[in-house]
Ligand binder design. Structure first.
Ligand code: DGL
Length: 289
């Protein structure tokens, strides 16, 4: 088997369909101050969540090829829809470069919190895009992890919330309109009375206060970012690939208007992003396919 790349100065690649993955990038930046990070927001093809799995797979493959051409040492799929539809494709393309995706991290974190709560009748709610929910990836992963740990499989209920993505991108994170949309999607979920609800789309943490208001008081909302950060650290340390000196840089790349990305991402990160590069993902098409 090919050896893992060991150059500690190589960047980490992170990608999403738009700005949602910044919820992951922000935590990585905070926890790994010496690492160079490359973020790709595929606004040209966004939203992924209503597209066919094959289509998302093609976009994710283009992005992976680009990241590999930049010699990344690890790839974080910071998009649940891409994880659900293209996780395996990205892994195969990237090997031996390790790939972490948000679905398994989020599912594991939800089970960990449930165990901590020690409820007898455990119930997990799963919110995601249409494509993620239809794929069944979360219930499948939760069943697999529960079996592996020898714990009972919790009751599960899924809900697709397509309008949450444009609300998040537009900065409409709180207010009358998002509250109305959240109630529209989450009435049935509220009746299900889950102890934990997975925010199974990286855009949703931006709306977490709105989502919490539409669910029973005390429902624990699960984001994948903390678990992703922990796993990234572990993989890099175990492989001797963690950068331990110097200031880590962050590069932003957008596949559509750089201005739009700058506006949306800047609002989210609460800072002006000076350097956003345009990236032509079609140039990363696999000629052999
Ligand atoms: N942020 C993405 C996810 O985690 C999807 C948003 C979109 O539909 O593009 O699923």
């Amino acid at each position: 088997m090919e050896a893992l790349p060991t150059d500690v100065t190589r960047p980490i690649g992170v990608f999403d369909s738009g700005i949602g993955g910044l919820t992951i990038l922000k935590e990585l930046r905070r926890a790994l101050p010496h690492e160079h990070l490359i973020y790709i927001g595929d606004l040209a093809h966004s939203p992924y969540g209503s597209k066919a799995p094959e289509t998302v797979k093609r976009f994710a493959s283009q992005i992976t090829r680009h990241l590999l051409s930049r010699k990344v040492k690890l790839i974080v799929v910071a998009c649940n829809t891409a994880s659900a539809t293209a996780g395996e494709t990205v892994r195969q393309l990237a090997a031996p470069v390790p790939v972490l995706e948000v679905v398994e991290q989020g599912a594991a974190e939800a089970l960990r919190v449930l165990e901590e709560l020690g409820e007898e009748e455990a119930r997990i709610g799963i919110l995601g895009t249409e494509t993620t929910v239809t794929s069944g990836i979360y219930p499948d992963t939760i069943r697999m992890l529960a079996d592996r740990r020898g714990i009972p499989v919790p009751a599960m209920q899924q809900q697709a919330c397509p309008l949450f993505v444009p609300l998040a991108e537009e900065g409409l994170w709180e207010g009358e309109l998002p509250d109305m949309v959240a109630r529209h999607y989450l009435d049935d979920m509220k009746a299900f009375q889950p102890q934990v609800v997975i925010l199974g789309c990286t855009h949703y943490p931006l709306l977490s206060r709105t989502i919490a208001r539409a669910l029973p008081a005390g429902t624990r909302l699960i984001e994948s970012a903390p678990a992703v950060v922990k796993s990234v650290k572990l993989i890099l340390e175990e492989a001797g690939m963690a950068a331990t000196t110097g200031e880590g840089l962050t590069e932003y790349h957008a596949s559509d208007s750089v201005d739009t990305f700058q506006r949306l991402a800047g609002r989210f990160l609460d800072t002006h992003l000076d350097l956003v590069h345009h990236i032509d993902l079609d140039a990363c098409e696999d000629r052999e396919e």
